[in-house]
Each structure stands twice: as structure tokens, then as C-alpha cells.
Design a protein. Structure first.
Lengths: 341, 341
DNA sequence: TTGTAAGCGTTATCAG
DNA sequence: CTGATAACGCTTACAA
């Protein structure tokens, strides 16, 4: 068995440079508190040994990890990718590392992940959406862990949030659809339970319908997890009705893409036979044909601002005020006027 | 300023349960070495305090982190998502946590990430592809860090690999295209430098062409990063030629999706005016229309097997043998026969 | 400017 | 089966 050469430590560097470990530590963390000469000596020892500080030891001693944890519902589809990427870039910029885990939309898994991330020394946490057991907020509060919510802005939430008004965004889209003359509207929504974004989007549609004076009672809604396949299945189901809808509003672009595929498979023309809309404006929206009318969400801006705010909260022990971002409707050919009666 | 209640420690639990810290530790890690009675007492103290072990301290003391690090080129598109998801699930199953970081296809960033993950105590590493500075392999070897390569199988690589034969896979696809009668073929490849998967795929195409007796010299290749936009741009460029290609083989589905979109924008019919193929068989391939002929890669199986093998390497200090997985061509309507002369 | 030394919260070795 | 106690590698007062 070959001898296992383990990693060089601060001590090794100190010995090689002929200084104390404290000095080496200073060279690495606060170089300006060390004179040029010794700094150089230390640096060459570091290089010679290929020294890398042991993270665990550093965290223990400093009680800071310069790590931010984020828990997102899923990595499988691209809903969170762009925003998270921007979040990560901004964090990196500020000297922080991002630790991501995904909860598969399961509350208990999310809770476990929160504990895990905290145990790992995360200085702050990014969570998606507001709907979760209040005990989690108590826990975070008691432990004084800075946490921020993204992808959904609410003014009076327990934790500050950086995001947009899901309800209003979908309300506007639905209004637009109605204004084109659609009267038979159906919805393919994500699972609403435990997901305020999904819930609020449906509410936005309801608002628009009752506003318009239409019968909101018979609004057909299919709830299904955010996966392409499910969008296809749901579309199928909705089109089985005796009187088919003329427009289907989907909870996000992923579901909409599934619906579009199914429409094509069934030989239905979009938008002539049925209009379909999405939400998010991820790349997918421009890949399906026809391209998807959807709600544009400023993912990168949201990620960046969330990072800035969270770092601020961590470093200044402040509470964070949250920020509401604007969305806008993106008109593309998947939405048209309804066919004549 | 409210008093900051910091996390309960082993000591707190020990005191509350009236035992030593050693006993508490044993209750948590090797419960069978503790009698029922004390174990119960300890457990209730743990619950009462909401104790979670401090990860950094545990790593320092145990010199094991039950953490596996993975460095992937990008999270932005879905190329690695499915495989990584399976990798993660299998790791979780075995009691390990996955730490992911992305290198943006930059070798120096990857190197930094490797060091970072090791400093963070990763017990093992998953890397994508074989092409990298040999010094990295020396470093890994010297530090005795178990590492495994995925997404590309090579029999005699320095590190064991779990993946497929990129060259052969693309060779077969190209052969198939040629057998349909295509004689003017062009390629939209990913950046080849530092990316053996991209390089080998192009070589596979070259092989097929020279095999077929065609002039391989004038094979038009555009190299561009794996992004949808770039696929579109590259397609544009290739179609500017006086004699247009009748088939365009793309380095992956993302580039192919971009090419398809551009074709549509230019009013070209796929496959009647030009055939387009992809590689990977990610969801995207079935979303574009017409659906994409591509090479199916068993991403989930690859991820799962990589996890199994890496855990085995970590736990038994073994070297790992690697495994080659099979790919298969998936025929869909984006590929047809060339138009008559 | 630099060195000394006391933790940080676990695990693991040895006694008991 | 359980309890002391010595690491683990680093940061940070406090001294010099």
C-alpha cells in the first residue's frame, strides 16, 4: 500500500517559511497586515507545497463559511437554471460559494435540506416561494440565519422576497387572452398545494375571468406536476370535453411545451384550433413552433438582486427589504383569436 | 439586538441527557454500541434541543465527509441534468451528498473547482470527459482522491470512466446519414479544444465519410459553444455556401435545436430542404418540430452506474474499472433522404 | 509586525 | 457499555 500523502497544512507552510501559523493565516486572509518580505516568503512556501486551506477547519474557527445555500424545487427542467446561474455569478463576485440542492417539490425534503445546509455552515439561504410550514420560519428566525425568498414577491411575508407578483402577471395575460375574444378558457396548472406561485397564477386567471363578467364557475383546470409529459397528458384530457376550450393557459412554459406537442400529435393547429400560452419565457418558449406567447420573467435580474440582497443581509446583519420586479407579456404566434363560433 | 441563540452542540445534548459527549456521538453514529435506555434518553435530548451535528466539526474529526463532488461544464442547458440527477439519487441512496459546481467549459476554473471540492473534504470526485492537464491527474493521484470520469468511455485512460464511445456513436449516425444518400454533409460541432467528447464526435463523422469513399477534405465544420443561439448562427453560416449541404450533423441536441429554429426562420423545410441531426436525446429533441433524429445516450443509467462505482472506489480504496455503455440511433423525422439533385 | 495559545464541535483511542 | 481526552486545521484575541 502506497503511503498516503495527506494535504499540507498551515503548519507545514509556517515551518517552511519560518514563521508562525498565525502569520501564514494573516497572509492569506488579511495580507495588508503583513510586511511584504514575509508575505513573499509565505507565498512561495504555499506555492511550493500546493497548499489549500482546509475548509472545515476554517469554518470551525471563523464561524463563517462564505457559503450560501439555495434550495430549489427541481433541477430537471430549466425553470430555475437561468436565475440560479445569475445568483451564483453575483455571489462568486462577492466572494461567496453557492451550494444548491433540490427538494423535488417535497416540503419534508426541503426542511431536511435546510437543516443540512445550516449544519454545513451556510451563512445564508435562498428559498423559492413562500408556502411552507411556519415552523421553518421560526427555526430560521431562532437560529438567526439570514434567508431570502425568490420567484415570488409578497409585501408582508415573514421573510423578505425578491420576485414578481405571480397573480398580477397571470391576471394580465388572462385579460389579454380574453380581450382577443376567447370565452372558453382552460388551465393546465402546476400542483397548487404548497406552491404559492402556482396557486397565485390560477387566482390571477380567476380574477380576470370574473372581471370580464364571464362565468368563472366552469373554468376547467387540470393540476399536474411541471413536466413536459404531463402537459401533453393534460392537454389530451382537456380536449376530450364536448365543448373544447379555445385557449389553454399553462402554468409555465414546460407544461405549455407539452401541450403544444400533443396538439401537433393530434393534428390540431395552434393557434387556429386552439391557443396555448406559457409562463416564464425560458428558451423552450422560442423553440416550440409556433413560438409561445408567455409571461417574461426577468430571471437573471432576479437572481442577481437576490444575491446582492442576501449578501447584504449576511454581512450587515440587516433584515432585507425585498424587491418587486416587473414581468411583461411576450406576444408570439401560439396565441390568436378564437375561431368563429 | 436580540441575543443570538447559536446552535446546540454535542455538549448541550450530553449535559441534558446526563452522559458524556462520547456517548452521544456513539448514539448518533453507532447506535448498537449503546444500551437501549441511554440511547432513548439521548434521543429525547436531541429532539428537545433540535440538535443537528455540525458538519465541519464532524469532517475534521472523522476525516470523512460522505460528500461527493461533481464538476460539470455547465448547468445552463440540460445536457447534464438527467445524468446528474440519477447520479445524485444513487448517491443519496448510499448515504452520500452531492456537491455540484460548473466550470463553464474553462479548464482553469475546473482546476480551481477541483481544489475547492477537495478542500471542502469531498471523499470522491466526478469529472466530465478526459481532456485536461495531466498535472491534475498527478495531483489527484498524489492526494489519493478517488475520481471517476463520465460522459466518455476510454479503455486506457488514467482515471476509470463510465460512459460511451463518442466516436463510434457518431460514426454510426454519420453512416446512417450517408446510407440515405446524402453526399453534402456539414457539421455544427461544439468547441473541440479541451473537449474529447466533441472532438471524438467529429472524428466519428470523418471516419464515416472516408469509409464511404467520399471526399472528406471539403467537410464543412463550424465550431461553436453549445448554445441554442450558436446553433442558429452556425446554421446560417453553413447555408450561405454556394452549394448547400443536404444534411447537417450537430454535436448535440442543443445546437441542433438552434439550427432547426433558424431553418424555420429562413423558410426552409426540414427534412425536405435540409436534414438535421442531434446528439444526446434530451427532451429538446422531441420538442422541436419535426422531432430530431439523434443519438440516444443512457443518461440515467450512466449517472447511476457512475455513482455506484465511485462509492465503491471511495469505500474500498479500490481503483475502479470503468464501464462502457451502449448508445443507439433514434430515428425521427428531422432526417430524410436528400432532395433529388 | 509577529508569535502564543485558546478555542471551534466532532470523532476516536484508551481506560475503566 | 461508558467516560476522559487527545487530536483535527484554522482563526483570533492578546502579548510581545
Amino acid at each position: 500500500m502506497a503511503k498516503l500523502r495527506s494535504a499540507p497544512t498551515l503548519d507545514d507552510v509556517a515551518k517552511m517559511a519560518g514563521v508562525s501559523t498565525a502569520t501564514v493565516s494573516r497572509c492569506l486572509n488579511t495580507p495588508d497586515r503583513v510586511v511584504e518580505a514575509t508575505r513573499k516568503r509565505v507565498q512561495s512556501a504555499v506555492d511550493a507545497l500546493g497548499y489549500t486551506p482546509n475548509f472545515a477547519a476554517r469554518v470551525m474557527a471563523a464561524k463563517r463559511s462564505f457559503t450560501i445555500g439555495a434550495i430549489i424545487p427541481t433541477m430537471e427542467n430549466a425553470i430555475f437554471a437561468r436565475g440560479l446561474q445569475a445568483f451564483q455569478e453575483e455571489l462568486h463576485h462577492r466572494g461567496y460559494t453557492l451550494l444548491v440542492s433540490s427538494s423535488a417539490y417535497k416540503p419534508d425534503i426541503e426542511e431536511e435540506q435546510i437543516r443540512t445546509l445550516i449544519a454545513r455552515g451556510a451563512d445564508g439561504l435562498l428559498l423559492i416561494g413562500h408556502d411552507r410550514d411556519p415552523k421553518i420560519y421560526d427555526y430560521l428566525n431562532q437560529r438567526k440565519i439570514p434567508a431570502l425568498i425568490a420567484w415570488s414577491y409578497l409585501p408582508d411575508s415573514r421573510l423578505p422576497s425578491v420576485g414578481f407578483d405571480n397573480r398580477k402577471a397571470m391576471f394580465e395575460l388572462a385579460n389579454h387572452v380574453l380581450s382577443l375574444g376567447h370565452e372558453r378558457i382552460a388551465v393546465i396548472s402546476g400542483i397548487v398545494e404548497g406552491n404559492d406561485r402556482a396557486r397565485l397564477r390560477v387566482e390571477g386567471i380567476r380574477d380576470a375571468i370574473s372581471h370580464s363578467g364571464l362565468e368563472s364557475g366552469d373554468l376547467k383546470i387540470v393540476e399536474t406536476p411541471y413536466e413536459i409529459e404531463n402537459g401533453a397528458t393534460a392537454f389530451c384530457e382537456l380536449m376530450k370535453a364536448e365543448t373544447r376550450p379555445t385557449a389553454i393557459l399553462c402554468g409555465n412554459d414546460v407544461l405549455a411545451a407539452g401541450a403544444m406537442r400533443q396538439a401537433q400529435e393530434m393534428g390540431l393547429d395552434v393557434p387556429d384550433d386552439v391557443s396555448i400560452t406559457g409562463f416564464d419565457d425560458i428558451e423552450l418558449a422560442r423553440i416550440v413552433s409556433p413560438e409561445l406567447t408567455t409571461v417574461h420573467v426577468p430571471h437573471r435580474e432576479m437572481g442577481r438582486k437576490a444575491a446582492l440582497q442576501l449578501v447584504e443581509m449576511v454581512e450587515n446583519q440587516t433584515d432585507g427589504e425585498g424587491e418587486q420586479l416587473a414581468t411583461r407579456i411576450v406576444n408570439r404566434p401560439s396565441l390568436g383569436r378564437p375561431a368563429q363560433g
